[in-house]
Each structure stands twice: as structure tokens, then as C-alpha cells.
Design a protein around this ligand. Sequence first.
Ligand code: NAP
Ligand code: HSE
Length: 366
Amino acid sequence: MRISIIGFGTVGQGVADLLQRHAPLYEQRTSVPLEIASVLVRSLDRKRDITLPTSCLLTDDPEAFFAAEPDILVEVAGGIDPAHQYLTRAITSGADVVTANKSLIAKNGGQLFATAREHNRALTMEAAVAGGVPAIDLITDCLGANDITTVAGILNGTCNFILSALEVAALSGRPASYDATLAEAQRLGYAEADPTLDVSGRDSAEKLAILCAIAFGTPVNPDDIPNNGIEFITPELMAKARDERYTIKLLAIARREGDKLYVSNRPTLVGGRSRLRLVTYADMGLSVAGDAMQSAFVSGSGAGRYPTASAVVADILRVARTRANNCAHTLNRWPETTSPLRTADYLNNETRSTIIGLEHLPVLQS
Ligand code: NAP
Ligand code: HSE
């Protein structure tokens, strides 16, 4: 099975490395040999950590890249355009697609999945929400019997990494530099190419928007999710939270009540009984409640080269297994028909005011 990869940065190199390192294992699991046929990048001058097989074309020319005629197109480049055009081109020319691009799915998921449906092709996206932590699978497959009522998660590793460092500083009394911690998150491959997307809360809001579509059948525009970033959280504020037996986490939450979907993506005081409190550094955690399964919780490595590649490659293996029988499209997880709920701010008027101090942060106790 021929695989072509757009993007050979943090995630793309992890994917290529796993595909080469575990080739015999993956063939055993899928009964199909997987071959990396072509890789598309912006610049051929950039130094890479991972070597590609000699038979693979590494190119900055989209036409040469697509001439490799992939069975599976993997998009780990990011951004809206040209990723949108590339995915559409792949789907309409008969390839199945695996992507980690939450910005694109949050903005154009409905339209891209409709194109995939029309052409009987798979569009899978497990890595787009919570990296290596199975968030989309958990909701759509494992909890598929449930009427979901709440999803609440720590969905951005960079923010959680910074907040954990601020907490350690608050506990130890040692100073922590926000800028140095963000630079470390970038070095470790957690942050987006533009880290403002992380610290402003945007990345987490995009992931929450995707979860709203798959959990509640209600696609939500990330711009409509009440949002605050973490830029205003200081070691002093974190110390104050600790004094009150809380920690501060960037919490993405959506709760359905009747025909309303209450949503919020904000730094939140997380209390002692919540499992989300134990999710530290670049880890992510997701708590889901449904009518049959009152509580399910997953956590683990959510960002960085190999945790993200883990989810991307798992999608590749599923597509490889099912494509042979022409049923890879059954892996698609975007709702075919939607049941739009009216969205509203999760916070009430009292707590919605501009967040300036501890007393204005929302609280999660359990
Ligand atoms: P990255 O390190 O910046 O790598 C992006 C790669 O895409 C680079 O190789 C770049 O080429 C290539 N690229 C960008 N625009 C392109 C274009 N127009 N044409 C061809 N190639 C292009 O980013 P990343 O961290 O791997 O993230 C990739 C995607 O995965 C993003 O959608 C991100 O949101 C998502 N994701 C990342 C993580 C993570 O932990 N990093 C986790 C989950 C999801 P050059 O190398 O030549 O510049
Ligand atoms: N930049 C993202 C984060 C990558 O820090 O969570 C994982 O989606």
C-alpha cells in the first residue's frame, strides 16, 4: 500500500520513522506491506532527523508528489490552505486520508467529510484531538452506545506544560519564566508552528469544536466558544490557587442540557477530587459522561513527535486493513446528519466577567 506524506516536521518524521522501524510488525497487523512513496515539504534545504527509504521521493513539488499515486495520503503539515486543496484532491482521486490537522477539521470538517462520503473514501483524524490519547475513538466507538452529556478535557499539551511549570515554581519558590517554558515546549515539539495558537487557547478550542461535532452531532465554530488563553496566569496566581487547594488548568468543556450545548475553553480552578488535576506537563486528559456510562476517563501523552505519530500510524493501519475490502470509509467519524443544539456560555453571568484574578476563574470540583 502506497503512502504519501505531506509534512516532514515534528509529526511527519515520527510517522516515517515508525513506518520504517516497525514495518514487519505493521505488515503482520494489516497483512499489507506499507511503502512510503513520496513526502512533500516546503523547503528541501531544511535538515531532517529521520532518513527516508531510497525509493521514496522527497520533494517540494506538489505535482511530483501526487504523481506517486498514493493509496493513503497522510497530511501532517497544518494550516487551512493548501492542506484543504490537497485533501480534496487526494479524496477525489481515490486515496484515503489520514490527518492530524485540527484547524482544518474544525473549520472545514463538514465539507471535507461530505466529499469523502461522496467518493466512498476514508478521512480519519484521531491525532487531531489529544494526540496519542484515544479521544475520538473513545467517544465514537467505545462509548458509542451512550447519549453523551459532557466532555471535559485538558486538550493542549503546551499550555499544560507551562501551567505545570508555574505550579512547580509556586510550590518550590523558584522562579519560572513563562517565555523560557514556552521555548522549552517548542523545543520538545509540543507547540504549534505558531505557538500563539496554543497559549491563546485557540488550539484547545478547535479540538473542543471537533469533539462537539462527534459527541453531540453539533458542529461548533471555534470562534463561538467562549475562550481565554493562559497568558495572564502568573506563578503568584498559581500559588494563590494552591493556597485554596486548587490547581489551574486550561479546561475545554461542553455539556448538553436539553436543546442547549454549554461550552467553555478557559483557565479553570480544578479541585482535589478531579482526575484532571493529575494530568501534568504535556499530558492530556479527557473525561466523558454519558447516560449509560456515567464516567470514562483517558489520559496520557498528547503532544510531541511520537505520541502524535502513534495516533496517525494507528489510523494508517486501520485504513490499510479496511481499504483492501473497499470499506475504509466506514472509519469516518463526522456525523452524516447533524442535530444542531443552541450553544451558550458554560459560565453564568456572575463568573463570565473578564478574568482578572482567582475569584473570577471557573471551578471544577470533580
Ligand atoms: P511542523 O513541525 O511545523 O511541520 C510541518 C511540516 O509541514 C514541515 O515539514 C513543513 O515543511 C511542512 N509544510 C508546511 N506547509 C507546507 C506546504 N504548504 N506544503 C508542503 N509542506 C508544508 O508541524 P508539526 O508539529 O509536525 O504539526 C503538523 C500537524 O500536526 C499540524 O496540523 C499540527 O496541528 C498537528 N499536530 C501536531 C502535534 C504536535 O505535537 N506537534 C500534535 C497533534 C497534531 P518544511 O519542513 O519544509 O518547513
Ligand atoms: N500544539 C498542540 C499542543 C499539539 O500543545 O497540544 C497537540 O495537538
